[in-house]
Design a protein around this ligand. Structure first.
Ligand code: KG4
Ligand code: ZN
Length: 328
């Protein structure tokens, strides 16, 4: 089955055709990320306008090697995300579903991040699965007994891990998006001991955590030490976030004893997190980490999630839901 996936939840406009949830036949992406560097963050209105400009060319590019007549269904992100951006993808997908007479599968962006781990893989992750979805807006631990059976286990009580990267990067004067920037400049200090900042709730018997205190700690440190070494602080920030995520992942795996552990979401692109998660969990469960190009937002994962959770509904009933959560 060939599914056309469409993703427009934030500042990426993406379309892809994926066969049977795993084989990528085409993938196209346009990003308005560079426009947001100047403002240090996304202006939703600017992102939405860019989505309108990019959506048709991106879909055309994804369809060109396959042909629209060979598509079996259309999958589209309906949430969570920015309402203006989401609407562009949702309304386009509904129109195409009607005009081409193809089934439409509304897809949860957060669930789709998990499916980035199924792409280009001979061996699928075995159930039960524990997954950590770490993105710009979410830090969610979930338990999946099978496809479509997802239970939220815990996560951050305030800021998401990606948000912590982005906000602290801003305090250091690094450009948006902050996560990859912090990772880049931190590289030179990774062999040092890096325990300047607290690892919140790390010793508590819960997989919940909190990242808002990190912002305050970084702000305080930069005020008290005006000649701080930006790169060293970046390494300190990254280590505090990574260590917290790794400790909580270990707790989740020990508690739920899953067959597989899947790292997912934009922050899974972080090299330090990838290395430390594998090291900490490799003797306890099978660890899956998405191919780098499917870690951050893309449409391949949308088409893949729709294949494994194939539930088409009438196009009239598809509506964007900006505040959708992972356990629907
Ligand atoms: O999943 P994603 O692409 O978009 C959302 O659904 O939010 O995640 C974006 C988040 C941003 O906060 C970004 O800073 C973070 O992922 N990110 C990273 C890295 N690459 C992206 N954080 C740390 N290290 C990275 N290499
Ligand atoms: Zn995302």
């Amino acid at each position: 089955m060939k599914i056309l996936g469409i993703e427009t939840s934030c500042d990426e406009t993406a379309a892809a055709v994926v066969e049977d949830g795993k084989v990528v036949l085409s993938s196209a992406l346009a990003s308005s990320s560079s426009l947001h560097v100047k403002t240090g963050g996304i202006i939703p209105e600017v992102a939405a306008r860019k989505q309108i400009e990019s959506i048709i060319p991106v879909i055309e590019e994804a369809l060109s090697p396959i042909g629209k007549e060979n598509i079996d269904a259309i999958a589209v992100t309906y949430g969570p995300g920015l309402i203006g951006s989401l609407l562009v993808g949702v309304e386009t997908a509904k129109t195409l579903s009607l005009v081409w007479n193809k089934p439409i599968v509304p897809t949860n962006h957060l669930v789709a991040h998990i499916y980035a781990n199924f792409i280009d893989r001979q061996e699928e992750p075995g159930f039960p699965i524990v997954s950590l979805v770490v993105s710009g807006g979410h830090t969610d631990f979930v338990l999946m007994q099978t496809h479509g059976d997802i239970k939220y286990l815990g996560g951050t009580r305030d800021d998401a891990a990606g948000e912590a990267f982005d906000k602290t990067a801003r305090l250091l004067g690094l450009p948006y998006p902050g996560g990859p920037e912090i990772a880049k400049v931190a590289e030179q200090y990774l062999s040092q001991e890096l325990n300047l900042f607290p690892r919140p709730m790390i010793n508590e018997d819960t997989i919940d955590t909190s990242f808002s205190g990190l912002k305050t700690a970084v702000l305080k440190h930069t005020k008290e030490n005006p000649d701080f070494d930006k790169n060293l602080l970046a390494a300190q920030i990254q280590e505090a976030i990574v260590d917290t995520l790794v400790a909580k992942s270990l707790k989740a795996v020990e508690k739920y004893n899953p067959k597989s552990f899947l790292l997912a979401g934009g922050v899974s692109a972080n090299k330090r997190l990838r290395e430390k998660i594998i090291e900490a969990l490799k003797d306890k469960t099978e660890v899956f980490i998405p191919n780098l190009k499917y870690s951050t937002d893309n449409a391949v994962m949308i088409a893949s999630a729709a294949f494994f959770n194939y539930k088409p509904i009438p196009w009239q009933e598809v509506t964007a839901n900006p505040s959708l959560v992972i356990e629907e």
